[in-house]
Design a binder for this molecule. Sequence first.
Ligand code: CO
Length: 469
Amino acid sequence: MSTNQKPVKITETALRDAHQSLIATRMTTEQILPIVEKLDQVGYHSLEAWGGATFDACLRFLNEDPWERLRKIRERAKNTKLQMLFRGQNILGYKNYADDVVEYFVQKSLANGMDIIRIFDALNDVRNLECAINACQKEGGHVQAVVCYTISPVHNVENFVKMAKELEERGADSICIKDMAGLLLPYTAYELVKAMKETVKVPIQLHTHYTSGVASMTYLKAIEAGVDVVDCAISPMSLGTSQPPTEPLVATLQGTPYDTGLNLDLLSEIADYFRPLREEYLASGLLNPKMLGVDVNTLLYQVPGGMLSNLVSQLKQQGKEDQLEEVLKEVPRVREDLGFPPLVTPSSQIVGTQAVLNVIMGERYKMVTKETKGIVKGEYGTTPVPIKEEFVKKIIGDEEQITCRPADLIKPELDAMREQIKEYIEQDEDVLSYALFDQVAVKFFEKRRAEKYKLDHDLANMEEMTHPV
Ligand code: CO
């Protein structure tokens, strides 16, 4: 048996990325909890169950406390590691936060039951990962540092491997190759994983999406090249803009040196749980069948699944759905202007929104978003290649660009925030919800307080009824 041939491990994404990619992160805690104990019996490497957009969606759309969700999942997943996605200095939000917020968020995530924190930066600027990596190490969590995979004239296997090496040197316990758009083709994956395995010692995990239809083939080649862990979703929550389905990969590898050892009967019971939910999402319109097919545009325009659905909905709101094709052509041009950022939150939204504006205004950069200006100014970090001087001038005029680590310019924020929301605080974690989603969190706190008041009131009434005076 060559050293590359060993059992492959699987991370199940049904509770985070799969529903984030398919149904705009609307799976509720009530829908999640009944299946966690069964998921826990499978023997997955980990359950990706938190982070990414789940936190925002809980507070904004589901009227749920995301911390409570984490604790409840943890209670039921006694044997399996929990994993979350963490956007470096952006945490789970859309801008840079001060180091004290990043550190406290990491600390509280681990304290509430998280095991593995997958940390990425949209620009692959390693300086933006530093604070979260150090905090996770300090608290004894597993640091999984991310190399965002993308295709551009300036990205290649050599510089991805170099980045992985640097992340290992900075303390990563494992490396994730994150292909958020489903752009990684099977033979490139082979080459990339092989080169990475030859250079770094820590395990390599591969994350991709089915959007372009190549994902399962990509996994197979990556497995042959020695990848340690791959991200899959149980079949009813898989395919399309989500991850490759778990069961076919498990079946494919059975009886080979890569055998995952997972039990297909048990996986089938889990699929039985999710199938009616999928039907429900389809019936309510939450799951758009358009998200489930093979999207060749992804290969042509290199647009991640989530970004594609955002573009469609932005155009819909303007009544300009017919301009999708033009917007998809504009995306790579905006990307080039902005120094070839990988397209992942938040850069995918920034590039996408700017591309929509450029098309619907009928003139490029007639309107420029605050966020586009932010990238040009260097507020998000260093872009993979420097932005052309003449474009910088056009977008920010004579304003100066930032060259230091952006968070070095942000003063500690937590104490002031605690003060601002002291009337609402019911748990230490509330200040973090507020730090990330300010008014959205306040609205949630208000509803929570109102419900609690109503509950107390009802209890008092019941008391009166049972003990009439
Ligand atoms: Co993803």
